[in-house]
Write a protein that binds this ligand. Structure first.
Ligand code: UDP
Ligand code: MG
Length: 163
């Protein structure tokens, strides 16, 4: 599988913020080596929620999902790293915590799919789209200079950047 330097949008959902799980969840991504390049606590508006979950309009769980995500503040983050889109979703586990592998975030912290503590983009295109919903370009930072360029230069198996 190609190894590509990517960015993804992660949200710590209102249930997890309310339960005080923010630090534990952020810490998992940091320990993996993913770099936080954008982060804010915000209460999603209806507009945020509708844009974010546009792909799910009309599904039976859509209204609940919109109510749930607008219920309180979330931590919106952009994280960066090698294959971060796929790997961060693996770290989260399957949508339904009942099916999630032990040790994943959703297994460890959640019980039902309606309240599953985290969101992660599922493709380069979704990541780009979702990042733009929650962040202005000037709200994203380079915590360390030339991180992507360093990886690509030093490790031949890491290919191009997705952003
Ligand atoms: N969801 C739900 N019921 C379902 C499927 C999804 O409540 O049957 C919620 C769940 O919180 C999920 C979100 O809708 O995280 C978005 O669904 P998606 O299929 O995109 O799952 P994800 O990408 O978050 O794993
Ligand atoms: Mg999804």
């Amino acid at each position: 599988m190609a190894e590509r330097f990517e960015r993804t949008f992660v949200a710590i959902k209102p249930d997890a913020v309310n339960r005080g799980l923010v630090g534990d969840i952020i810490s998992r991504f940091e320990k993996r080596g993913f770099k936080i390049i954008g982060m804010k606590l915000l209460h999603p508006t209806l507009e945020h929620a509708q844009k974010h979950y546009a792909e799910h309009v009309g599904k039976p769980f859509y209204n609940n999902l919109i109510n749930f995500i607008t219920e309180g503040p979330i931590v919106a983050m952009v994280i960066e790293g090698v294959n971060v889109i796929d790997i961060s979703r693996k770290m989260m586990g399957t949508t339904d915590p009942q099916q999630a592998a032990p040790g994943t975030i959703r297994f460890d912290y959640a019980q039902v799919k309606e309240s599953n503590v985290v969101h992660g983009s599922d493709s380069v295109e979704s990541a780009e789209r979702e990042i733009a919903i929650y962040f202005k370009p000037e709200e994203l930072f380079e915590a360390r200079e030339n991180d992507a360029d360093y990886f690509i230069k030093m490790f031949g198996h890491v290919e191009e950047k997705s952003f």
